[in-house]
Design a protein around this ligand. Structure first.
Ligand code: NDP
Length: 450
């Protein structure tokens, strides 16, 4: 089979799964040179095998809302690939969750986890449940009902979920409590746990901090740094908050943040004090980002339904960090970034850039890194949380942060070295996909046709 045949097969086997097909296409095209060099990988159909989940669980989640009405949602867990370790990947609670979204995320997770150097397979799960506007009690009841089914499919040696969009420390707490009660065991079955009950210091910060460590490594390649760079960040959740914090610490200036209702443009820059306000707004009061603009008297732009570009990417800056969701940078947005001379686009979210947009950025010399490399700090630190749970130790913040930094540096080097080996120096997309693919392919090859 050639790459076009494999892509056609993926499309026909997964009709109406545009997100999964998009993620598959990006990987198929970029890992093809590795298959050409390794005919055994082709004969064993390793790429086709990676494109099929090992197991996909779909279940009903029934719960009672505060009015006593019965609510019905769908829950899922995609156990995508366990060649190099137990399934590992977050849970997403968002109305846009479908099998296609979770399969794309689980597929990406295979390569990301392989890049961290920690033995973790790929998985992802979640529900179409919308946490927005729900009371604390409703969130708890939903989490308990969700875990009522998920618990029979996971354990700390088999599949270890974590958070993602809509699943933060509050939800992990309720999910963990429910698991512990159902299974009558206290194990590290979830990561992102609270400090004091099995969680790791720096896990909350890890994805955002790791993203900026990665960007700093990319810039250093050009004898440059994040210092004094003007940065665009999208999102205002976990990844965005800690990306902003690390940029501030390294002397950069962040001028935007967003949520699903709109974005703020703070020309003066988001300071640590303003960031603390944003964290409280989003993590505790669960408010809308417009409140930031009202408080600090800066510009606010509401999201426009059906708009064919995202105006946050048309603000003049040196660096862009998409940290909200998939496909938030399309070809028009990429053209705006190029026109404004953005030097670097480093993905905090998973697949925030469409394939057309990636090609525009790379063709115009913008340094670009895919989320599977630059946002791997979150799952890497989850891996460190699992290690601490296994050996019964708690490492200090400094220890975890040092390990996180060195993992991001190693991933950066691996991407660069692999891209060079395959004749595409500086292409982080090719480097990340091929390096992750080869590691998993070799493990699958060694384990036989199963
Ligand atoms: P959060 O739920 O904490 O924050 C998500 C942010 O993105 C919120 O500001 C949310 O706005 C916004 N958002 C979500 N969906 C949309 C949408 N459809 N349109 C516009 N804005 C949207 O999630 P995280 O910060 O954890 O995750 C953000 C991204 O990073 C995701 O792609 C996730 O998969 C990825 N990621 C997360 C990791 C982690 O450790 N948490 C690890 C690696 C990747 P609102 O408040 O209105 O919902």
């Amino acid at each position: 089979m050639n790459k076009q045949d494999i892509l056609s097969l993926v499309k026909s086997r997964n009709p109406n799964e545009s997100e999964f097909v998009q993620a598959a296409e990006e990987v198929i095209v970029s890992v093809w040179p590795a298959l050409e060099r390794n005919p055994e990988f082709t004969r064993l159909r390793l790429l086709e095998r990676m494109l099929e989940p090992e197991r996909m669980i779909s279940f009903r989640v029934t719960w009672l809302d505060d009015k006593g009405s019965v609510q019905v949602n769908r829950g899922y867990r995609v156990q995508m690939n366990s060649a190099i370790g137990p399934y590992k990947g977050g849970l997403r609670f968002h109305p846009s969750v479908t099998p296609s979204v979770l399969k794309f995320l689980a597929f990406e997770q295979i390569f990301k986890n392989a890049l961290t150097g920690i033995p973790m397979g790929g998985g992802k799960g979640g529900s179409d449940f919308d946490p927005k506007g729900k009371s604390n009690d409703e969130i708890m009841k939903f989490c308990q009902a969700f875990m009522g089914e998920l618990a029979r499919h996971i354990n700390h040696r088999l599949d270890v979920p974590a958070g993602d969009i809509g699943v933060g420390s509050r939800e992990i707490g309720y999910l963990f409590g429910a698991y512990k009660k159902i299974k009558n065991e206290f194990t590290g079955v979830l990561t992102g746990k609270g400090i004091g009950w099995g969680g790791s210091l720096i896990r909350a910060e890890a994805t955002g901090y790791g993203l900026i460590y990665f960007a700093e490594n990319m810039l250093q390649e050009k004898k440059d740094s994040i210092k004094e760079k003007t940065c665009l960040v999208s999102g205002s959740g976990n990844v965005a908050q800690y990306a902003i914090e690390k940029i501030i610490q390294l002397g950069g200036k962040v001028i935007t943040a967003s949520d699903s209702t709109g974005f703020i443009y703070d020309e003066e820059g988001i300071t640590q004090d303003k960031l603390e306000f944003l964290k409280d707004l989003k993590n505790n009061r669960r408010g809308r980002i417009k409140e930031y603009a009202d408080k600090y008297k800066c510009e606010y732009h509401a999201s426009l339904e059906g708009a064919n570009d995202n105006p946050i990417w048309n603000i003049k800056a040196d660096a862009a960090f998409p940290c909200a969701t998939q496909n938030e940078i399309n070809a028009r947005d990429a053209a705006h970034l190029v026109k404004n001379n953005v030097k670097i686009v480093c993905e905090g979210a998973n697949m925030p850039t469409t394939i057309d947009a990636i090609n525009i950025l790379i063709d115009n010399g913008v340094m670009y890194s895919p989320g599977k490399a630059s946002n791997a700090g979150g799952v890497a630190t989850s891996g460190l949380e699992m290690t601490q749970n296994y050996i019964g130790e708690n490492w200090t913040s400094k220890e975890v942060d040092t390990r996180l930094y060195s993992i991001m540096k190693d991933i950066h080097q691996t991407c660069l070295a692999t891209a060079k080996e395959y004749g595409q120096p500086g292409n982080y997309l090719v480097g990340a996909n091929i390096a992750g693919f080869i590691k998993v392919a070799k493990a699958m090859q060694a384990q036989g046709v199963i």
